[in-house]
Design a protein around this ligand. Sequence first.
Ligand code: UT7
Length: 339
Amino acid sequence: MAAVLMGLGGYLPPKVVSNEDLSATLDTTDEWISTRTGIRQRHTVIDGLATGDLAVEAGAKALKSAGHSVIDAVVVATTSPDRLCPAVAPEVAERLGLGTVAAFDLTSACSGFVYGLATAAGLIASEAADTVLFIGAEAFTTLVNPADRTTSPIFGDGAGAVVLRRGEPEEPGALGPFDLGSDGSRADLLAIPAGGSRQRSANGGPGHDAVPTEDWYLRMMGRPLYQQAVERMTRSADTALKKAGWTVDDVDWFVGHQANVRIVRAVAEELAMPEERTAVNIDRVGNTLAASIPLLLNDLAADGALRPGARVLLSAFGAGLSWGSTVLEWPDLSVESVH
Ligand code: UT7
């Protein structure tokens, strides 16, 4: 038995922020951002639009792509939920008209999509569900300090969704094997200190006073993170390939998490993956965390670059630290462009 991909959709909020727009208010330039990260623009939420809204849009597209409306479970991977409690997935399920199905969120930052695929495959393997709608959705720009030039240019908002069904391991679209890992000793490399129980229980109990403003925003140590990203993604991708009995030559598309085009290119180089088989869309969307891989798959499929039968390697790395990789043969899907 395997979890098989049967639908794919994505959504980007309408507001586009270019590097030029950012450099009007921030001590930065289009030249610095595009050469150091590969990013030229990103989409961002405004006017109260939230992660759940993006998830509903992407989820609807994935259901349409699958031609399927009976779903047993909804999982949302997000590190920028609408609120601390409750999870956004039950509301997304209800808004999509899916009824009182199993629904929960999972948090694994930029590796959320690969962790979520493995979780959804587990729901199918345990017979808790025959079909799963799994959505990676983020409004992470709301957690980034707009005045911080080291983090503010990097992130973008959006959502990508897949429908998975029970099937056979030999079928096109069957997911796996997976490689997943983490290193909690480096949690400080990418973190938002305030808002959780550690901050709330400090200084004698629940209190919201005297929390420095910057603690509500993302803190990132870019350099060490970059090194970890290249090392961990390379090793994880290699492990998934070995588990699948594939070599790099078997891979038609390397679809790596889009944190920085230099990271993607460095991992590809370590794996000996040619540039023309290494997928990139960070120039158009920035780093969208759990939405990054499905939005990239959506772009490749909608552009006709990803064809049925193509062998795909997915690999991601993010805060936690956490990382994961998996493989699949691309099925025949109908996918609409998000742009
Ligand atoms: O999704 C997983 C999580 N995130 C990541 O994996 C991110 C990994 N890290 C990176 O992608 C890169 O480290 C960054 C893009 C964040 C930064 O690139 P870098 O080449 O490592 O630059 P840096 O942080 O070493 O900074 C180099 C210089 C510094 O100036 P000095 O000290 O050399 O004078 C920075 O102050 O660039 C400066 N700088 C900027 N200049 C213009 C930093 N940000 C900017 C900016 N515009 N936006």
